[in-house]
Design a protein around this ligand. Structure first.
Ligand code: UD1
Length: 422
């Protein structure tokens, strides 16, 4: 395997300027792809992001028997027949979201053997909510040799309340329930726009879902689902990352192909910090960064709260704010791995439990650093942009899992950034 790194020549006075097109949402396309297992017919997905996680899930889908073709950002995928019900450890360990095949396989094929995802860089991530929910729908589930073995002749409706909000858990159960016999009521569902996008696709495929966008969702199971064509929503985390980039560099960036209302909480926080953000129309926004960045506390929480996937990027902004900010991470434990790297760049941050105390404003100076997970890698790149001198970010494979051409997009806005392959 080639080692790829990103080299940035940073500049504390950098001002990013120009227009950037936001890609489709990684977290929306992954469940949309696994939803295609629910039908024999073809599902066409437009505006898909060309990122590594998409190719990983497509490999899983191929193993299961689906065929697909891709033209630019449009994917046609069809699971006429399911050949295998097994998603191997190799693939699941590469990407935890592969667990999203569990519900659809069980509902359509009556059987699923899926490797149990191990812990990952951002803390232990259990899947008990997925498993308990599927059991309530009538599945028999056992854990053997590191694999989840699930079986059900026919799933049946049930009332299920999530003990805790789970994006993937909500998605898996909605998919499974849409082919179950009878009615399912899901309570305390996640409200992330990606969950709603999946519901919209399922409705186009013929699912009977009531209460989309609410915490309680009712699903009347149908015998069969059919094909559909669907536009994947824009990636709100990528958009948020560019908004932070604009705020951080006193820049002037226009984001196109975005959904401003998915970004309400992020925009509110950035405005409070001094950035000017205006909505230009239904799908574009302008961010103008300010000279003085104001410190503030932020606590991650499920949508519509501040997303955990924006925590690392926001932390970088707070290193440049005057004053102290307390960042509280409530969704995942061990999601502060980027902070050790930021300390090497000169940031003043102290971590204690689920809180990081950031004291600004500190000048950053470039160094060689290691990306530890997807969002951490984007945040380290943002830091490198405004650090003086050269920053090398190692392990960019994390970045490539979820950002489409991040360095190319930043370059077009005026950053000195390149990928080094050796
Ligand atoms: C999804 C996103 C990820 C985002 C996360 C939280 C995808 C592909 N990924 O991940 O980018 O950071 O939502 O917004 O959409 N939990 C349990 N038991 C379970 C499932 C989850 O305890 O069975 C816990 C998790 O450990 C975590 C919390 O619930 O503390 C939320 O996790 P969840 O919403 O399920 O995240 P993912 O769907 O894995």
């Amino acid at each position: 395997m080639h080692m790829e790194r990103i080299r940035i020549v940073g500049n504390p006075n950098l001002q990013l300027k120009g227009k950037v097109k936001i890609s489709g949402a990684k977290n929306a396309v992954l469940p949309a792809i696994t939803a295609s297992l629910l039908t024999k017919e073809k599902v066409r997905l437009k505006n898909i992001p060309l990122v590594k996680d998409v190719f990983t899930i497509l490999t899983v889908m191929k193993e299961l028997g689906a065929n697909y073709s891709k033209r630019k950002n449009t994917l046609s995928i069809q699971a006429k027949k399911i050949n295998s019900a097994e998603a191997s450890y190799e693939l699941i360990s590469a990407m935890r979201a592969s667990i999203l095949v569990l519900g659809p396989l069980l509902a359509r094929y009556g059987k699923a053997i899926v490797a149990l995802p191990g812990g990952c860089a951002i803390g232990s991530r259990p899947i008990d909510l997925h498993i308990h929910g599927l059991e309530k729908l009538g599945a028999t589930i056992s854990l053997e040799h590191g694999y989840i073995k699930a079986e059900a002749k026919k799933l049946h409706g049930a009332e299920i309340e999530f003990e805790k909000k789970s994006v993937g858990g909500t998605e898996n159960l909605i998919m499974a329930a849409s082919l179950a016999q009878g009615e399912t009521v899901l309570k305390n569902c996640s409200l992330e726009p990606e969950v709603l996008d999946l519901c919209e696709l399922l409705v186009k495929m013929g699912a009977k879902i009531d209460g989309i966008g609410q915490e309680t969702i009712r699903i009347k199971g149908v015998k069969e689902l059919g094909g559909a064509t669907h536009d994947i929503i824009p990636d709100r985390i990528e958009a948020g990352t560019f908004l932070v980039a604009g705020a951080l560099t006193r820049g002037n960036i226009v984001l196109t192909n975005s959904r401003p209302h998915h970004l309400d909480t992020i925009i509110e926080k950035l405005r409070y910090s001094g950035a000017k953000i205006e909505q230009l129309n239904n799908n574009s926004l302008r961010v103008i960064g300010s000279e003085d960045i104001k410190s503030q506390d932020v606590t991650t929480s499920p949508y519509p709260g501040f997303p955990t996937d924006m925590q690392a990027q926001f932390t970088i902004l707070m290193t440049q704010a005057s004053g102290t900010s307390i960042i509280t991470e409530t969704i995942f434990d061990r999601r502060f791995t980027h902070i050790n790297e930021l300390l090497r760049l000169g940031a003043n941050i102290e971590v204690s439990g689920d809180k990081a105390t950031v004291r600004g404003k500190t000048p950053l100076s470039g160094a060689e650093i290691i990306a530890s997970d997807l969002r951490a890698s984007a945040s380290l790149i943002l830091a490198g942009l405004i650090a003086s001198g050269e920053t090398i970010v190692n392990k960019v494979e994390h970045l490539d899992r979820g950002y489409e051409k991040l360095e190319g997009k930043l370059k077009s806005l005026g950053a000195h950034i390149e990928r080094i392959k050796e």
